[in-house]
Ligand binder design. Structure first.
Ligand code: M6R
Length: 364
């Protein structure tokens, strides 16, 4: 049941700390704090290419995985939504591997893509939440997320659990390829292991996001911006907001704004920015300043290091804990999901069963 929560989605949002912790416990050795993956169906040291495919939020988790795997393990990754990949007749690399991401393990397009990739000679690794699902059975190996049942149609804890698995996978593959040293690996696992604590603190402070939600609930259109591994989280924020509050939202790469969407900017369009300190901070901040100069109402998620610069032009600056940029997508996924939740509650929509949507899309 929902316990003391109003909606399953609210309950599932509050499970983030436990779910991230449990998922990491599967893939990080508690004694050495080093990533420990089960045997993979391909050798990461020599695999020439990875194809990542999935649908919806699971695809966005896969896109973050692409940034992580390419960045750390230096393996070329192609990523495409399953409904496109399956009809593209993509040329597949000899000896290549595929990575599928799915909460249910039953999504029709992702399952069809899995079969196509296997038939094309790819070794298939599935990141799934349901261990007796079709995808868990039909893949060559499965890495389970430990999210428990997710009832709300909007994916929340399954998404952060997928990211947690993909982060460990990227670190483990980087070690196998010799593209990461022990010091860096220890720093990354330490950053991952701190996330449950950060999640708990974030969930305790409901008031900040609630105040933001009251403003966002008035909007007709919302723009989410992020760069690098936060670009997929900007798209996740937009997807979640659309799906449960029915407000039109778009997630854009911050640097793409001036190639079109900047034309939309006016004070009525909130611009929600994911802009923590790190190597991309200055670039994103300057995109935001351009939007502010055109009357844009900037609401920025950042950290203590980024906040002072953003406060000069942003309407709201929300400080999250300072983390290694590698884990920023997991940290930022939570407030954007919470924001969508609060906006939907203010709008009075059916949060757990939004119109026109099914939890598991088993027809194409
Ligand atoms: O069960 P799956 O993870 O394969 O489902 C994929 C998508 O249908 C799903 O993530 C959908 O986008 C969610 N409703 C997003 O909140």
């Amino acid at each position: 049941g929902k316990g003391n929560y109003r909606h399953f989605m609210e309950k599932e949002l509050h499970e983030h700390p436990v779910v991230i912790g449990e998922t990491l416990r599967q893939y990080v050795d508690p004694a050495t704090r080093a990533v420990a993956l089960p045997p993979l169906p391909f050798n990461p040291a020599i695999v020439p290419r990875l194809t990542v495919t999935a649908c919806g939020s699971a695809f966005l988790a896969g896109l973050v995985g692409r940034y992580w795997i390419e960045g750390l393990a230096r393996i070329p990754v192609e990523a495409d939504v399953a409904s496109e990949l399956r009809y593209r007749d993509p040329p597949l690399a000899e000896g290549g591997a595929a990575l599928l991401v799915s909460q249910s393990g039953e999504t029709a397009d992702t399952l069809a893509a899995l079969r196509l990739l296997r038939a094309g000679g790819q070794s298939v690794l599935a990141v799934v939440n349901v261990d007796e699902s079709s995808m868990a059975r039909e893949s060559d190996a499965a890495l389970l997320t430990v999210a428990g049942p997710e009832i709300g149609v909007a994916s929340t804890k399954a998404f952060t659990a997928q990211l947690s698995v993909l982060a460990c996978l990227a670190i483990g593959m980087a070690r196998a390829r010799g593209t990461i040293d022990a010091v860096r690996e220890a720093a990354l696992t330490a950053a991952l292991l701190e996330l449950p604590g950060h999640a708990a603190v974030l969930l305790e402070d409901g008031a900040t996001i609630h105040a933001l939600a009251e403003e966002v609930a008035q909007a007709r259109d919302v723009l989410f911006l992020g760069r690098g591994n936060l670009f997929p989280i900007a798209m996740e924020g937009a997807l979640k907001l659309k799906e449960i509050s029915y407000i039109h939202a778009e997630g854009y790469a911050a640097g793409e704004m001036k190639h079109g969407p900047i034309a939309l900017i006016d004070p009525a369009v909130p611009v929600i920015a994911l802009c923590p300190s790190g190597p991309l901070f200055e670039k994103t901040a300057s995109n935001l300043q351009e939007a502010a100069a055109r009357g844009g109402r900037i609401m920025a998620f950042t950290d203590a290091l980024g906040a002072p610069a953003l406060r000069r032009f942003a309407k709201h600056v929300i400080e999250l804990p300072t983390v290694d940029p590698f884990v920023a997508p997991i940290l930022h996924a939570m407030p954007v999901q919470l924001l969508a939740y609060h906006v939907a509650v203010l709008k009075g929509t059916d949060v757990d069963q939004p119109r026109n949507l099914a939890k598991s899309v088993t027809v194409e």
